[in-house]
Design a protein. Structure first.
Length: 645
């Protein structure tokens, strides 16, 4: 097989346009150069749920870096500092060619970037010098992000050069999210400062939200306030007013990152810093004429129609899958529903990989007081189990499974060819790791706006199956406690009634005989009084065990209560019932000779056989058998009254 290059890409929030555009370039390289790309993607930091974020970021723990020729780190998309630090350290330790975007903090990595400082510097100069603005506010990205820091420093430098005093109240520090633009405007309006003549935003998402919030508060853009963005996204280009922004060659950056890894693998040298030029787009939101010659309203209408049509189609598929999954109660039914929808979303390959303990595991632990055991459920949070299963592998309509594979291999069935693009997504419930799924050679993860929701729905459906399995197990255990005597591990009185009820009714209809054997342990009180209740319990368990060993013809054994036991049969006659009773006595003698206790385990046995009749219920038959047993006990000169006292 040819030497195929394998690249791991670590990214978060693949539904964002920045990530989408960079990944377009990476995927183009894969197609042209027959390279395999594996995206390890999370949606952390999206739902403001810390437990959910833990489950999302866990997908990065799956990556076996020894399986890859290089990594592309889109860590600028990961909002968790802890997750980012862990990834960086693991990649450094792996010592494989690695490319990072817009970050010069790690000399071990190759940096692919644009000059964020210069681009923002030119933007701020344009606003201050071309539009003669002196009262300007700034909406920043997170300063822990190198891109955000460079843009912020450029803003500070230009206002300083133009003798504009810095006022911290005219800066809002956000996280590059659209909601930050809204929050920033609300903060500016509620402050004691006059509203600015211009607001410079560190990205388009915040700029769009800022303009919408300003307009809701009666401001007109750009007549009252100029607003600028950064990234020249699709929404910014097609907004009204069109956003003045900075165009970055994102697709080219992704393609270049792959080229660097390929060159390094081939033994070639590359510079550590690799920069591509940006282009400032001066447009309507700052009062300049739009320079986008492709801003044709007819083309926009067509693109918008196709986008809405695709969204409606995917929502319909999602709703169908959700409603179908809600009805399913088994893993197999669950995976059949998922399989049915895969061809509709344009997927070629899809598989679900589950941890070997995804159902949950319970252990007994001493409580905090140290006086009792509590049942605690254990489950994975960080990392994946050594062994995984793949209960669903779907490839162009063909379904298969893999019972067991190593999580270090990541793929249950590795690709044997090149040019494959795979997306590894976590399957989890809050922080509980259930497994992950892999979707390969599909445009769905990048093109669909509902991909995140689709993955969450699959995760929730598997969690629902897990909980249903746990509930059924708990019900079965409770049912067992209801019908099984916990000491002797045979039926209790409830279990005896349930087990014999239908048989007794059938015998009535068919006029068949039934046999009740009443067994009473001899001398239990003496054992308890002289040797303790632990020995008494041992004697009871031993008698029950002897009964079970001797009843191998379908007889039903039960502990009726205390030291009283029953055997029920619809197949015994006088001869065979005597043989069974003698077999039990003989077995008890054998046990006594083996265990060498200071007491003897023995029992009195009474047997009653009669035709099953509706007017002679089972408990009356039991009473008759009890009377027979009592006759035997009297022969042993053992007082039943004294035994019970």
């Amino acid at each position: 097989m040819e030497n195929i290059m394998n690249i791991a890409v670590i990214v978060a929030g693949i539904d964002e346009e920045y990530q989408h555009n960079v990944m377009d370039g990476i995927n183009l390289y894969s197609k042209k150069n027959n390279a395999n790309i594996s995206y390890f993607a999370a949606f952390g930091g999206v739902l403001a749920n810390s437990q959910y974020d833990v489950g999302e970021y866990n997908i990065y723990n799956l990556i076996n870096l020894s399986k890859f020729d290089g990594t592309i780190l889109m860590t600028n998309t990961i909002s968790s500092p802890e997750a980012k630090r862990s990834i960086i350290q693991r990649v450094i330790d792996a010592n494989i060619p690695s490319v990072v975007f817009d970050c010069d903090q790690y000399p071990q990595f190759y940096n692919v970037s644009v000059d964020n400082f210069k681009a923002m510097e030119e933007m701020v100069r344009h606003i201050i010098e071309t539009h003669n603005i002196k009262n300007v506010n700034y909406i920043s990205g997170p300063l822990a992000n190198p891109e955000a820091l460079a843009r912020y420093n450029a803003f500070l430098q230009v206002i300083k050069e133009n003798n504009i005093p810095f006022d911290k109240n005219r800066v809002f520090y956000g996280d590059f999210r659209g909601t930050d633009g809204k929050k920033a405007i609300e903060a500016f309006i509620s402050s004691d400062l006059n509203m600015p003549d211009a607001i410079i935003c560190a990205n388009d998402a915040m700029a769009l939200a800022a303009i919408s919030t300003l307009e809701k508060n009666g401001y007109t853009i750009p007549d009252d306030i100029l607003v600028t963005g950064f990234d020249n996204t699709y929404n910014a280009r097609n907004f009204s007013p069109e956003i003045t922004s900075v165009k970055r060659p994102l697709s080219e950056l992704g393609y270049l990152a792959c080229e660097i890894i390929a060159d390094l693998k081939a033994g070639k040298t590359r510079p550590r810093i690799n920069q591509l030029p940006t282009q400032l787009i001066f447009s309507e939101s700052c009062g300049c004429k739009s320079c986008d010659i492709d801003n044709d309203i007819k083309d926009y209408k067509k693109r918008n129609y196709h986008c809405l049509k695709s969204f409606d189609n995917h929502v319909a598929i999602l709703n169908k899958m959700m409603s179908s999954l809600a009805e399913k109660e088994t893993e197999q039914e669950n995976f059949e529903v998922i399989s049915d929808c895969l061809s509709e979303i344009g997927c070629n390959e899809f598989c679900i990989c589950l941890c070997d303990d995804w159902h949950g595991r319970f252990t007994q632990q001493i409580n905090e007081k140290g006086d009792d055991c509590v049942c605690v459920e254990e489950y994975h949070v960080n990392g994946y189990t050594k062994l995984m299963s793949a209960p669903l592998i779907w490839e162009n309509g063909s379904v298969s499974t893999v019972d067991s594979f190593y999580s270090d291999d990541m793929f249950p069935v590795p690709h044997s060819s090149g040019g494959n693009v795979s997306y590894f997504m976590p399957i989890h419930f809050r922080e509980r790791c259930l497994g992950y799924c892999i979707i390969s050679n599909s445009s769905f993860p990048l093109e669909s706006r509902i991909f995140h929701t689709w993955i969450m729905n699959i995760s929730n459906s598997i969690e629902n199956i897990r909980k249903l399995n746990q509930l059924n197990s708990a019900i079965a255990e409770l049912d067992k406690l209801y019908v099984i005597d916990p000491l002797c591990d045979i039926y209790n009185r409830n279990g005896f009634v349930r087990a014999t009820g239908d048989i007794f009714k059938k015998c009535i209809l068919e006029h068949n005989d039934i046999t009740i054997m009443f067994i009473d342990m001899d001398g239990l009180k003496m054992i308890n009084d002289n040797y303790g209740h632990r020995e008494g319990d041992f004697a009871l368990k031993t008698l029950a065990s002897a009964m079970k060993e001797c009843c191998y013809e379908g007889e039903i054994c039960a502990r009726f209560g205390g030291d009283e036991f029953l055997i029920f049969s619809d197949a015994l006659n006088t001869e065979t019932s005597n043989i069974l009773a003698e077999r039990i006595r003989k077995r008890l003698k054998e046990i006594n000779s083996q265990i060498n206790k200071p007491y003897e385990i023995a029992a009195s046995i009474g047997c009653y056989i009669t035709e099953a009749r509706e007017e002679f219920p089972l408990f009356k038959v039991i009473t008759k058998a009890d009377e027979k047993m009592y006759e035997e006990k009297k022969k042993k000169k053992t007082s039943r009254y004294l035994r019970h006292t």
